[in-house]
Design a protein around this ligand. Structure first.
Ligand code: ATP
Ligand code: MG
Length: 454
C-alpha cells in the first residue's frame, strides 16, 4: 500500500518536473527522468570517500555537482567503479580554487584533477551545445567533423547529450540521492544495450575513439552494441587513422589491459577496427601470417589480470606487432642479411612505422625491441651464455614470450621446455643440460629463409 503510494508520488513528481522542463523549451527528444533513491541501487557506502568529499565541497560552495559516467553506470550494475568522474556547473578555475590538491589539465577538454593520495577524481564542467553558443572559438572541428576543442560550457542537460553512450550519461545527486537520466540510460542499462546518444555517424565523426569505447564497454559490461550504434562502425573505422598517436596509445592500453583482451581483439577484428590501429600487422595477416601469438599473449595477459599480477605493456605490443616483425624480418633475410641484423633492422622499421598510428612511449618501445632481439639469443646457450642470459633484465619477459610462441604453434625446438628446466635446475643439472644440447655451432643451411629463432 505504502509502496504503491510512494510510487504514485514519484510518478507525479516526475510529471511535474517534465511539465516544468517543457515550459523551459526542452527539446522533444529528451525524456528527462529523475529516479528517487528507493528506485535505484546506488548507496552512498558504495562511493569512495574522495569522490564524496569533492561532491560535498562543491555543493557546500553553492555549486551543483553530480557523480557521472562510469561511476554511476558501474554502481547501478553492481560493479565497483574503476574511477569516479564528477560533473559540475562550477568552472574549472572555480573548482581549482576550491581544492588545493587539484590541477587544471587538458586543452581539448579542460578539466580538473583532484588528487587524494593515489586516487584521482576527475571534475568536468558541464559541456554545452556549441551550435547554440556564442563562444564559437571555444569549439572547433576539422574537415571530417572531428572535435578539436570542446570547451563551451552549458547546463546539465546539454552536458548529458554531449556524452557518448546513454548508460554513461546518468547523474547521481548526493544531496537527495536521486539519479538523473536525460537519454533513457536506465532503460538501456536494464536491456544491456550500449547506445550512442544522437546520430551515430555524426558522433563517430566528432570523435572516432568512440568506436573503440563501444568495443571496450561492450566487452567489459557484456552489453550488446545497439544495431544503430554498431552499423556505421565498419564504414567509419578508417577515421581512427587521424587520431593523435599519443591518445591512441592510452586507448589501446585500456582496451587490452582490462582483463578481457582476447575478447576485445576478436571484436576489434569483427568491426574492422584493428587494421587502422595496427596497419603493418594487418597486412602481415593478409599475407598469411598467423595471429595466434597475439591471441595467446592476450589470453596470458587476461589470466594475469585475473590473478592480480602485474602486466607489461611492452610484452603486449611485442605480441601485437609480432606478425609484422616476422614479415619484415624475412624480407631482410631474403636480402642475405645475417639473422640478428635482419631482426634488428626489421624491429626498428616496424616500430617506426607503428609510431605513426600509435605512439608507443620509449620506455616501452626499447624493452619491446630487446624482447624481440632476445628471441634469437635464447637458443644460444653454450658456455656461460645461458647464465648471462638469465641475468638479462628482460630474460623473464623474453622467456614468457617464447612460451607464448610455442603455445601458438611455432616450432622452436622445445626451447621453452629447456629453459624451464634450466631455471629450476641446480648447478650440476645445469651443466648436464648444456652438455645435452645438440651441438649448436653446426652451420645452418644458408637457404633457410624463414625467421630463425632456434
Ligand atoms: P571507465 O572509467 O570505467 O573506463 P567511463 O565511462 O567512466 O568508464 P571515462 O573515460 O572515465 O569513461 O569517461 C567518463 C565519462 O565521460 C564517460 O562515462 C562519458 O560520459 C564521458 N566521455 C568520455 N569520453 C568521451 C567521448 N570520447 N565522447 C563523449 N563522452 C565521453
Ligand atoms: Mg571513468
Amino acid at each position: 500500500m505504502l509502496a504503491k503510494f510512494i510510487h504514485g508520488l514519484s510518478a507525479l513528481l516526475q510529471q511535474v518536473i517534465q511539465m516544468v522542463r517543457g515550459a523551459q523549451d526542452t527539446p522533444e527528444t529528451t525524456r528527462y527522468q529523475v529516479i528517487p533513491r528507493d528506485h535505484h541501487s546506488i548507496s552512498r557506502q558504495g562511493i569512495s570517500e574522495p569522490a564524496k568529499k569533492v561532491l560535498h565541497r562543491l555543493n557546500k560552495a553553492g555549486f551543483d555537482a553530480y557523480l557521472v559516467g562510469g561511476g554511476v553506470r558501474d554502481l547501478l550494475l553492481g560493479l565497483s567503479p574503476k574511477d569516479y568522474d564528477i560533473a559540475t556547473n562550477a568552472t574549472p578555475e572555480e573548482v581549482h580554487e576550491l581544492f588545493r590538491n587539484s590541477r587544471l589539465i587538458g586543452r581539448r577538454f579542460r578539466l580538473v584533477h583532484v588528487l587524494f593520495g593515489r586516487e584521482m577524481i576527475e571534475v568536468t564542467t558541464f559541456r554545452g551545445n556549441p551550435e547554440d553558443a556564442k563562444q564559437k572559438q571555444s569549439h572547433s572541428v576539422n574537415d571530417q567533423g572531428r572535435l578539436l576543442r570542446d570547451n563551451v560550457y552549458g547546463n546539465q542537460e546539454e552536458d548529458a547529450l554531449r556524452r557518448d553512450f546513454t548508460v554513461n550519461a546518468l547523474y547521481y545527486d548526493i544531496r537527495d540521492f536521486t539519479v538523473h537520466d536525460y537519454a533513457q540510460g536506465v532503460a538501456d542499462l536494464k536491456d544491456r544495450q550500449l547506445r550512442l546518444i544522437g546520430d551515430p555517424v555524426t558522433r563517430y565523426r566528432e570523435d572516432p575513439v568512440r568506436m573503440l569505447r563501444a568495443i571496450r564497454f561492450a566487452v567489459k559490461l557484456d552489453f550488446e552494441i545497439a544495431p544503430d550504434t554498431a552499423a556505421p562502425i565498419h564504414e567509419q573505422a578508417h577515421l581512427l587513422k587521424d587520431i593523435p598517436p599519443a591518445r591512441l596509445f592510452e586507448e589501446i592500453l585500456k582496451l587490452f589491459t582490462a582483463g578481457q583482451g582476447e575478447a576485445t581483439y576478436q571484436l576489434l577484428q569483427e568491426y574492422d577496427l584493428f587494421a587502422p590501429l595496427f596497419p603493418d600487422t594487418d597486412s602481415a595477416l593478409e599475407e598469411g601470417e598467423s595471429d595466434e601469438v597475439i591471441r595467446q599473449a592476450l589470453a596470458n595477459t587476461d589470466r594475469r589480470v585475473r590473478e592480480n599480477k602485474p602486466i607489461t605493456p611492452y610484452f603486449l605490443f611485442a605480441a601485437l606487432l609480432w606478425p609484422a616483425l616476422r614479415v619484415n624480418w624475412r624480407r631482410h633475410l631474403d636480402r642475405g642479411e645475417p639473422n640478428y641484423q635482419a631482426l634488428h633492422l626489421a624491429a626498428g622499421e616496424v616500430q617506426a612505422r607503428q609510431s605513426q598510428s600509435i605512439a608507443i612511449p620509449k620506455r616501452f618501445a626499447v624493452p619491446m625491441k630487446e624482447l624481440w632481439e632476445l628471441q634469437v639469443r635464447l637458443p644460444k646457450r653454450q658456455g656461460n651464455r645461458a647464465d648471462l642470459l638469465l641475468e638479462h633484465p628482460r630474460f623473464r619477459a623474453a622467456y614468457d614470450f617464447l612460451l607464448v610462441r610455442e603455445n601458438a604453434g611455432e616450432d622452436c625446438d622445445n626451447l621453452g621446455d629447456w629453459w624451464t628446466r634450466y631455471q629450476d635446475a641446480d648447478e650440476e643439472q645445469r651443466r648436464q643440460l648444456i652438455k645435452s644440447m645438440a651441438p649448436a655451432s653446426k652451420p645452418r643451411k644458408r637457404r633457410r629463409r624463414s625467421p630463425r629463432t632456434t
